[in-house]
Design a protein around this ligand. Structure first.
Ligand SMILES: *[C@@H]1O[C@H](CO)[C@@H](O)[C@H](O)[C@H]1NC(C)=O
Ligand SMILES: *[C@@H]1O[C@H](CO)[C@@H](O)[C@H](O)[C@H]1NC(C)=O
Ligand SMILES: *[C@@H]1O[C@H](CO)[C@@H](O)[C@H](O)[C@H]1NC(C)=O
Ligand SMILES: *[C@@H]1O[C@H](CO)[C@@H](O)[C@H](O)[C@H]1NC(C)=O
Ligand SMILES: *[C@@H]1O[C@H](CO)[C@@H](O)[C@H](O)[C@H]1NC(C)=O
Ligand SMILES: *[C@@H]1O[C@H](CO)[C@@H](O)[C@H](O)[C@H]1NC(C)=O
Ligand SMILES: *[C@@H]1O[C@H](CO)[C@@H](O)[C@H](O)[C@H]1NC(C)=O
Ligand SMILES: *[C@@H]1O[C@H](CO)[C@@H](O)[C@H](O)[C@H]1NC(C)=O
Length: 472
């Protein structure tokens, strides 16, 4: 195979998008502040010669931020991504990716001209073969070095403003664990000082769009490494669950017979190591999580504080939450009352929508209930239950969008906590995505949920992906 044809082959894969593109993780890119890698298909930056995109200055929104973060110029994530790069690829048409080598989420094909719709399914409705394939794919991701992306192991200042790059390769699963850590980590203020009341993906309106694009990218990276373009992540419908019914060795892992905090030795995930679980250690060293293994996945479902989370969420909780008409409200943080986002996230009472920080409900309830790796925000994606859980949370977001049909303007444009305004670029993704771009029905992003397609009737031919009578 010639180099050119390899390039075309690689360039035509669906390119997901995430942390630092390997091609930009060097001092030349950092000092020029430019991340516009060549598209291998034609060798030009951003595939410009083929009309895929071009290298452009990043224009930031100047909408005011909320008062929650009283600093500026102290955190690399402020005004993402301009601390690192002020020029990136801007792709045209249906092209997407850090070098415009891929397609938008709802298109496939060498020129991104074929529309597609994929369906995420209930994990309990997968065949034995499909379920085994899902678990095997996760294991493959955990053992496959990410080709396109690396993690930063130092802050911009620790990199001497770019002249001393600090990046490291990481496996594809852990790349996503690290991104979830990086977006939610504390601000390092120097000495031993940190600022904890900051989170670019939680406790504010961006919670739902951020996790939506995060899962889409994760799904697409798995499609890439497995060569299965039809793979979709399953969801766990936890409404009215009495216990963790996916916590068996057949699914996400049973309990260890002698240590209730560990997974059963027969589980798919018993040998997995976690990363980014020691936030206090990183804070005291004023360093970033560098991806070092830190021990096994911890999980002890049901051993949590019952005063905080008396039970798993009910159908009635979800239904109440869906009836809330305001997406966001008031302070737009975890104190917000009558906010759909804050109620679904779980900081507000699921029958009154009044904020109550001594309770963890809906989304938060599942994290607390797992009483282990899932329960610390920064390291929660270490447990693959995270994927199933967040897919279901996203489906509730999707139900709300369908029921209330909000204009994009309903998503707050200004005064949200840092990172969460409508036009803010979401940390830590390159290429760039704005929060508001994911405040749209999932079909516009190329996917749907099995149980939302035609409630009450699950008989579909998933091999054809055609759903008569459903308009898109
Ligand atoms: C981008 O950064 C480079 C390097 O610091 C600088 O020379 C250039 O003026 C900046 N461009 C913009 C549009 O801010
Ligand atoms: C894709 O677009 C290029 C450039 O326009 C064209 O030469 C090529 O034939 C197209 N390929 C397909 C499969 O449509
Ligand atoms: C890095 O940039 C900051 C802000 O421009 C500047 O204050 C600092 O002196 C620079 N540090 C180094 C090591 O160049
Ligand atoms: C990574 O961080 C750990 C502490 O979390 C430290 O012991 C180790 O030396 C670091 N490794 C590198 C390569 O910096
Ligand atoms: C597990 O729950 C107990 C309370 O029952 C709590 O003290 C502990 O911090 C929890 N552990 C984790 C990792 O969440
Ligand atoms: C939310 O409602 C409670 C109860 O009415 C009230 O005490 C609290 O101040 C409200 N919070 C905000 C941010 O408005
Ligand atoms: C918050 O929840 C606790 C129970 O954990 C309850 O005692 C308290 O009354 C609630 N506060 C409000 C304002 O509803
Ligand atoms: C994906 O699904 C399409 C449509 O059913 C089918 O034509 C294609 O062969 C499938 N691809 C794989 C890799 O299974």
């Amino acid at each position: 195979m010639s180099l050119l044809s390899i390039g075309i082959l690689l360039g035509s894969l669906p390119v997901g998008s995430s942390q630092f593109p390997r091609a930009c993780a060097n001092s030349d890119s950092l000092l020029r502040k430019e991340c516009c890698p060549p598209w291998p298909g034609d060798g030009s930056p951003c595939g410009e010669l083929s009309g895929r995109g071009s290298c452009k200055d990043i224009i930031l929104s100047d909408a005011p931020l909320g008062p929650q973060f009283p600093f500026s110029g102290v955190d690399d994530r402020e005004d993402w991504p301009v601390v690192f790069y002020n020029r990136t690829c801007q792709c045209s048409g249906n092209f997407m990716g850090f070098n415009c080598g891929g397609c938008k989420f709802n298109f496939v094909g060498p020129n991104c001209t074929e529309k597609r719709l994929q369906v995420r399914r209930d994990i309990f409705r997968l065949s034995a073969r499909e379920k085994y394939q899902f678990l095997a794919y996760l294991n493959l991701a955990k053992h496959t070095t990410s080709r396109d992306f690396v993690i930063a192991t130092g802050t911009y200042a620790q990199m001497n403003n770019g002249s001393n790059p600090m990046f490291q390769s990481i496996n594809m699963y852990d790349l996503f664990v690290w991104m979830h850590y990086y977006v939610s980590r504390d601000t390092l203020l120097g000495g031993t000082d940190v600022w904890r009341d900051i989170d670019f993906a939680h406790e504010a309106p961006g919670f739902l769009p951020w996790h939506r694009v995060f899962l889409l990218m994760w799904e697409h990276e798995i499609q890439k490494i497995t060569g299965n373009e039809n793979f979709t992540i399953p969801y766990w419908d936890w409404r009215d669950a009495q216990d963790c019914d996916i916590c068996t060795d057949e699914y996400m892992g049973g309990r260890h017979p002698s240590n209730p905090n560990l997974l059963s030795p027969a589980s798919f995930f018993a040998s997995w190591q976690v990363i980014c679980s020691k936030s206090e250690e990183y804070n005291s060293r004023q360093e970033l999580c560098n991806g070092t293994s830190e021990g096994p996945i911890l999980r002890n479902p049901g051993n949590h504080d019952k005063g905080r989370t008396p039970r798993l969420p009910s159908s009635a909780d979800v239904e109440f939450c869906l009836s809330l008409t305001q997406y966001e409200a008031g302070t737009m943080d975890k104190m917000a009352n009558f906010s759909f986002r804050n109620t679904l996230e779980g900081f507000a009472n699921p029958s009154t929508a009044i904020s109550n920080l001594s309770q963890s409900s809906l989304h938060n309830a599942l994290h607390i209930y797992m009483n282990g790796s899932m329960s610390q925000v920064q390291g929660s994606a270490n447990d693959p239950i995270f994927i199933l859980h967040h897919a279901f949370v996203d489906s509730i977001f999707e139900q709300w969008l369908r029921r209330h049909q909000p204009l994009r303007e309903v998503y707050p444009a200004a005064n949200a906590p840092i990172g969460h305004n409508r036009e803010y670029y979401m940390v830590p993704f390159i290429p760039l995505y704005r929060n508001g771009e994911f405040f749209v029905p999932s079909r516009e992003l190329g996917y749907d949920y099995e149980y939302l397609i035609n409630p009450g009737n699950y008989i579909y031919d998933f091999s054809t992906l055609s759903f008569p009578g459903v308009s898109s």
